[in-house]
Design a protein around this ligand. Structure first.
Ligand code: ZN
Length: 226
């Protein structure tokens, strides 16, 4: 039943899921306004990037070995929109909760930024019991990059930290906490393989290296936690 143009309908607000009222007519549909937060949305958008489920598609395609350009071509939205969405989505991701006193595996994965000579590393920490990635750090293979991950593990009072025995870890971790043994970092190595398989920029022999460290970090985060 209409009441002076404010007709209640089944449309739900995209921000707070409250009931909306019709608030105008557009080509092939309506514009709606939320009763509680006042935000407007439309039943359809001419511009594809505004459609409701586009972010979900970006997350899924990013994980299915699609680069920025392929996502842009498949979804028919611009490259700059894909890039800004990936950055924005990655910013909104929270690190998973970390429990006290567990054991972890730490390893790095090599890739390049822009060109073959500019190496960059993705450092991962994986919980030994569950295989869950608890922290990521991206940068050169230095104390600063690896230190970020190690610091998180130290704060969680990790019982044991298994690594491949790189010298940097020896200086970062106390001897009684640090363990170097063959076949003890299988979980994190598997995770590295999974990343190489699902992200185009990390595939071996790829010609699609990341152009910036920020984008590399964003797409890894989106792949693992998105
Ligand atoms: Zn609302």
């Amino acid at each position: 039943m209409g009441l002076g143009g404010t007709e209640m309908c089944m449309e739900k607000c995209r921000r707070c899921s409250s009931a909306c009222v019709k608030n105008g007519i557009i080509k092939g549909g309506h514009r709606y306004r939320c009763k509680s937060c006042g935000r407007s949305h439309q039943s359809n958008y001419a511009y594809k990037a505004c459609q409701g489920n586009i972010n979900l598609w970006i997350i899924q395609l990013n994980r299915e070995t699609c680069g920025i350009r392929s996502i842009s071509r498949l979804l028919k939205i611009s490259k700059t929109t894909v890039i800004s969405r990936i950055k924005k989505l990655a910013e909104g991701i929270r690190k998973p909760l970390i429990f006290m006193g567990r054991s972890y595996e730490v390893d790095e994965l090599k890739t390049c930024i822009r060109k073959k000579t500019k190496e960059c590393w993705v450092c991962l920490a994986v919980e030994k019991a569950t295989g869950q990635v608890v922290d990521i750090s991206v940068g050169r293979r230095t104390k600063k990059t690896l230190g970020k991950v190690v610091e998180t593990l130290k704060l969680s009072q990790a019982k044991k930290v298994y690594t491949d025995g790189l010298e940097i870890y020896k200086s970062l971790l106390p001897k009684e906490q640090h363990i170097v043994k063959p076949y003890q970092i299988n979980k994190v190595e598997r995770k590295n393989l999974q990343l190489r398989n699902s992200l185009k920029r990390l595939t071996r022999k790829t010609i699609c290296y990341s152009k910036s460290r920020v984008m590399l970090e964003a797409s890894v985060k989106l792949c693992l936690w998105g």
